[in-house]
Design a protein around this ligand. Sequence first.
Ligand SMILES: [Zn+2]
Length: 90
Amino acid sequence: MGMPGRPGDHRWSQQHLSHYVEGELRPFTRRRLERHARNCVDCARGIRAMRALVHALQGLDGLAGTRAPTTIFDRARLAGAGGPSASSPA
Ligand SMILES: [Zn+2]
């Protein structure tokens, strides 16, 4: 039944955890990450940790009533701007 433990998949998933949690991945990409996380304790834990972090940041933002500080997510978003959509293989 395939090889769920491909190292490349794990690396890829780790790099997309934040995007996954922020809901920025396309359905196909989400499914790929979810499928991997089902077989990978590390990535499953990473998703939970990332969710908690995003939740905490949103909570802080709401409490402070100010704009959230620049986070790794913002930087990742800026770095990826024009990337995913421009370089998607047709
Ligand atoms: Zn993994």
